[in-house]
Design a protein around this ligand. Structure first.
Ligand code: GLN
Length: 275
């Protein structure tokens, strides 16, 4: 009897403790995450938290008011809407995004960064269906006659660190034994600044970002050559986050089907190339 009484009391205490823990978890819900009606777990209740690396116009960059806008932002807004939450964007280095460490650490739910789907990245991230086709492009200051990498012998070429553009140029330099000094910049703004101020003779990045730069800096820079790398962008979620990935893919498919994708494309990228 005595021992039964003891264990009963312990059971009561355990229940009380469980209630306290449950109660605390309830109070902290706002900070520790949430689940949408469709059963998608989010790191922060009421928000779809996006990791990106700014600036990367026209995919994501601050507008005059500081609000981050762009093609990727508009597409992820559709996902947030589907989930009944609001998108919140976090600016963070590209390395942590492409390595999966930001998603794994619970810093964000989704990565949207004009990010190319690659086999290497697929090892550490789960990618959505492709949402954009991209190629690499070599930009030079207007008037520069250079048209090929070979003509840049003895010169400096700027790249953005950690990107497919950097990989592409480094591989070309190595394979063709080109006498080019590859200089890496931490973001697109630094790379474009380096080109504008002639710290480099040419710079390589995804074609749409040069088109956007040229639109806003008429007459300064031109695309000297394109490299058809056949890249496709994907949004990424933490490996195994099948629920969110499904919502992203459904949202993309719906946007493609009802014309929303084309509208967003026209707004941020421009007229679609006719195949
Ligand atoms: N598409 C390129 C890549 O994935 C560049 C992305 C970026 O700089 N935001 O590497």
């Amino acid at each position: 009897m005595k021992s039964l009484g003891y264990s009963r009391r312990m059971a009561t205490l355990a229940t009380a403790a469980a209630l306290v823990v449950g109660g605390l978890a309830g109070c902290a819900k706002e900070d520790t995450g949430g689940t949408t009606e469709g059963g998608v777990a989010l790191i922060k209740a009421g928000a779809l938290t996006t990791c990106t690396h700014l600036p990367y116009a026209p995919f994501q960059a601050p507008d005059e008011t500081g609000k981050v806008v762009g093609f990727d932002v508009a597409l992820v807004d559709l996902v947030a809407k589907k989930l009944g939450v609001t998108q919140e964007i976090i600016d963070t280095p590209f390395e942590g995004i492409k390595s999966g460490s930001d998603l794994n650490a619970g810093k964000c739910d989704i990565a949207a960064a004009g990010m190319t789907i690659t086999d290497e990245r697929k090892q550490v991230l789960d990618f959505s269906d492709p949402y954009f086709d991209a190629t690499q492009a070599l930009a030079v200051l207007t008037g520069n006659q250079v048209k090929t990498l070979e003509e840049l012998a003895g010169k400096r070429v700027g790249v953005q660190g950690g990107t497919t553009g950097e990989d592409y140029i480094k591989t070309q330099v190595e394979q063709k034994s080109l006498d080019i000094e590859v200089v890496s910049y931490k973001d697109l703004a630094a790379q474009q600044q380096a080109l504008a101020t002639k710290q480099v003779d040419a710079a390589v990045n995804d074609l749409p970002v040069w088109n956007e730069y040229i639109k806003n800096n008429v007459g300064k820079v031109e695309v000297a050559a394109g490299f058809d790398t056949g890249e496709q962008y994907g949004f990424a979620v933490k490996k195994g986050n099948a629920e969110l990935l499904k919502a992203v893919n459904e949202s993309l498919a719906a946007a493609r089907a009802d014309g929303t994708y084309d509208q967003i494309y026209a707004t941020w990228i421009g007229a679609k190339p006719t195949a």
